[in-house]
Design a protein around this ligand. Sequence first.
Ligand code: FMN
Length: 464
Amino acid sequence: MNATGGTPHGPGDDTPDRAQAVTGASGVSAEPVATGAASADGERDDPLTRPVHPPKKPSVVLGVGGGIAAYKVCDLLRRLTESGHQVRVVPTAAALEFVGAATWAALSGQPVTADPFGYVHEVPHVRIGKGADLVVVAPATANLIAKAAHGLADDLLTNTLLTARCPILFAAAMHTEMWEHPATQANVAILRSRGITVLDPAVGRLTGADTGRGRLPEPAEIFAISQLMLADSTARAAGESVADLTGKHVLVSAGGTREHLDPVRYLGNSSSGKQGYALARIAAARGAKVTLVAANSELPDPAGVQVVPVTSTRDLYDEITGRAADADAIVMAAAPADFRPADVAEHKIKKTEDGAVPAVQLVQNPDILATVAHDRQRAGQVIVGFAAETGDASHSVLDLGRAKLARKGCDLLVVNDVSGGKVFGSDLNEAVVLDRDGNALPVPSGSKDALAGVIWNLVASRWH
Ligand SMILES: Cc1cc2nc3c(=O)[nH]c(=O)nc-3n(C[C@H](O)[C@H](O)[C@H](O)COP(=O)(O)O)c2cc1C
């Protein structure tokens, strides 16, 4: 039994993690906040959109190493081409053992070879690297990382890595032993010292029956980081930087808490953690030190983020309140249960012959958002809550959001409309962000990364 007895989005909770749209039907009359007005044609001014938009038609080299995860890179290639990038795939000879040249050529619409002596009249070993706006290597094998660290150039990809002068992203994937080997760690350190971004492998099931650190980070994550790197290099070319959260420590919560009834059953909710993970990933990519307190999420750890797993609302409360004093911003995107069973049975609760049903007495959980907002321990700290509302006969979604903002005492509240049967689970999100001055910023439907970018823009605007 996984009873959904908690009310994760009720008055006492901090946030829903999977947000839904706030629509006109909710009686929303939203005026833009001062930090980024929406113009008549729907375009937003900087800084609201600046970090999440790549330059037009960027030229991306997708280097593919000889790892089992090469097949997942077809998905990354599709994301890149469908979002308007010109992609030249440069596999290694070993990569072609896993996924053939025909697949890469058909998906990219470009010629594919691992050999610097193919298409020699085009001088590909120099031209491909020099023409790139970004090089992404995925999966980055232990061998490729070693060759790149030491400047070897015995195939087209390693030649390209030496001629490229653009940002380079390595997404590492290999068995845990290969990753942890001092040689690999030293090679990764060399690459990082040269300004190359190396994503650590994710933790999970590996090629065989074993599990551990070694999996390729999810294609969606590699794609999101590639977009930020492209946006960053565009911003740098214009004398700006998207690493605007550098020097800040941010604390983010994600997922849905579980309140155990007995050792095997719990009251829970279906929050995926996607919005909180997007917030953590984008903050890390923008230079912040990020701690993500994650309740029961199965998502892979975002690169460069400290992930603290928790189970119950009280665990989440302890981790968030215990770390609040060190945080410049706290964003509560998790869906903590408002209530928990008063007693947890030591052994699994058994059915009885007489058909009697056990009575479950619930008690209230602590209110995490209200606690951190009312007990602020750090000057300039920005606290953001989430609210999923349905509205009722006398109150619109935004009325309820404004009341919650006042009650909780946070600085910003991200309000989602979950009325009318709108369901959780989408990768898209749409919201209105309220602030304490009565402003409301509607954020149109877009990816959870895009909403995360807007939220960090609003947080950063309070620091600058
Ligand atoms: C089934 C199989 C899976 C492999 N997976 C990986 C991997 O995930 N990561 C890695 O570093 N090497 C992996 N290897 C070893 C590489 O293929 C080998 O080191 C090769 O020389 C890498 O060449 P490249 O770096 O030029 O692509 C795998 C080998 C086999 C046979």
